[in-house]
Structure formats: structure tokens, C-alpha cells
Design a protein around this ligand. Structure first.
Ligand SMILES: C[S@@+](CC[C@H](N)C(=O)[O-])C[C@H]1O[C@@H](n2cnc3c(N)ncnc32)[C@H](O)[C@@H]1O
Length: 207
């Protein structure tokens, strides 16, 4: 099954699933690392049903959300129909539907381990950042839980932090930092015979 089809199918249950995987600490850390300022424009890439977007709107930012899955975006729209300041766009990792150098902050939570070519996705997210803009990625450290590939369409079993640092620098980002979120991603395999507990990193860089 493709990742798009998987997320189209789980869209209605995603919020419930996500609450089992990780906590609000992830978005709190992501926004704190970015030092977001109200009134600025952020992009939430691989936005899903709006976990990061919701926190950005609460912090007083406007948000362009991008996802390959129409169903995930529709679910976000259904939840936030009355909320102003969210622009919903269907798009793909390597061709984001956002103009170059137009965004103050780019966020991507639990998105990178689904894309085909992570360094290209990072370069594309860097393209849309204004000079001086900040990118913050929260994702999984390298792990061994194969069932996440077959059951949740994860393409990459997390990442080595040194690879993330290199890809950020290769994309032209400076002041690159990578730290622990102090929260783990937890998941149980369908058969109940394996359970994952994976540390989460927060990586940031400035264009
Ligand atoms: C694990 S979910 C995370 C959703 C959201 N960021 C959250 O924290 O709840 C990954 C999201 O990335 C999207 N995605 C995966 N690969 C993508 C790609 N190549 N281009 C655009 N979106 C993609 C999926 O459709 C899905 O909504």
C-alpha cells in the first residue's frame, strides 16, 4: 500500500492514533525551539490533521498546511472550519506548492520518515524559507522496528542525527542544532508481539 493511500484510509482515526504514539510535548518543544513570533507566516509540511498547525494558530501565526493526502487535510478542515488563518494545500514533498523565500518558519513533524528522499525534501523545505527563516523538524531517531514499515507505511526506520545535520547543512541551513524532545514515540504491533519505544529528536536550522 502507498503512504498516500494509508493516510487517506486512517484520516478519520488519525488524532486518536497519534495520541497513543506521542504527546503534546513534541509540538511544545518544536515551537519553543523556533521561538515563534505572532503575526508571522509558518508552513506545516506533512501537516496531516493539524497537530502542529493547531499550536501555531494558538500562538498567533498564520499557517500554510501541505499534505499529499486530501483526506487528512479534509479532516483538519472539518475540525478547524471556524478557525481563520489556515491555508490548505495538497502537495508532494519534492514540489511544495509554496513560492520560494516566502515563509518565516517551516515545521515538519513525523513527516520525514515517510518521504522517498529525505535530503531532497529538506532542500525543498529550505527553498520556501525566507533568508533568516527557521526550519524545525521533529522525527524519530534510528530504530529497528520493522513492523512500522509494514503496518504504518514508514519508509525509513528513523534517522541518524549526523545524517540530519549533514542534510540541513547541505541544504544551506546554518546554526544547526539537534536535541532530544524528551518524549518517546510508542507503538504496538497488530499481533501484540512487538512494541516500539523510540526517542524523538528536534532539529533546527536557519537559512
Ligand atoms: C505520520 S503523519 C504526521 C502528520 C502530522 N504532522 C502529525 O504530527 O500528526 C505523516 C503525514 O505526512 C504526509 N506525507 C507523507 N509523505 C508525504 C509526501 N511525500 N508529500 C507530502 N506529504 C506526505 C502523510 O500524508 C501524513 O499526513
Amino acid at each position: 500500500m502507498s503512504s498516500k493511500r494509508y493516510f487517506d484510509e486512517v484520516a478519520r482515526q488519525w488524532d486518536e492514533m497519534r495520541e497513543e504514539f506521542f504527546s503534546d510535548t513534541v509540538r511544545e518543544r518544536a515551537l519553543a525551539v523556533a521561538c515563534v513570533e505572532p503575526g508571522k507566516l509558518a508552513a506545516d509540511i506533512g501537516a496531516g490533521t493539524g497537530f502542529i498547525t493547531e499550536a501555531l494558530i494558538r500562538a498567533g501565526l498564520k499557517v500554510i498546511t501541505v499534505d499529499q493526502s486530501e483526506a487528512m487535510l479534509e479532516e483538519m478542515h472539518r475540525k478547524f472550519a471556524a478557525v481563520e488563518g489556515i491555508d490548505y494545500r495538497v502537495g508532494e514533498a519534492e514540489h511544495l506548492p509554496i513560492s520560494s523565500e516566502s515563509i518565516d518558519y517551516v515545521f515538519a513533524n513525523m513527516y520525514l520518515h515517510h518521504v522517498e528522499t529525505p535530503p531532497k525534501a529538506i532542500a525543498e523545505m529550505t527553498r520556501i524559507l525566507k533568508p533568516g527563516g527557521k526550519m524545525v523538524i521533529t522525527d524519530l531517531d534510528e530504530h529497528q522496528y520493522e513492523f512500522l514499515r509494514t503496518e504504518q507505511q514508514d519508509r525509513w526506520l528513523g534517522f541518524k542525527r549526523e545524517d540530519i545535520e549533514k542534510w540541513f547543512k547541505d541544504a544551506g541551513l546554518e546554526d544547526v542544532t539537534i536535541d532530544c524532545v524528551d518524549d518517546d514515540c510508542c507503538a504496538q504491533s497488530k499481533c501484540g508481539c512487538d512494541s516500539a519505544n523510540i526517542s524523538i529528536f528536534v532539529a533546527s536550522g536557519v537559512k
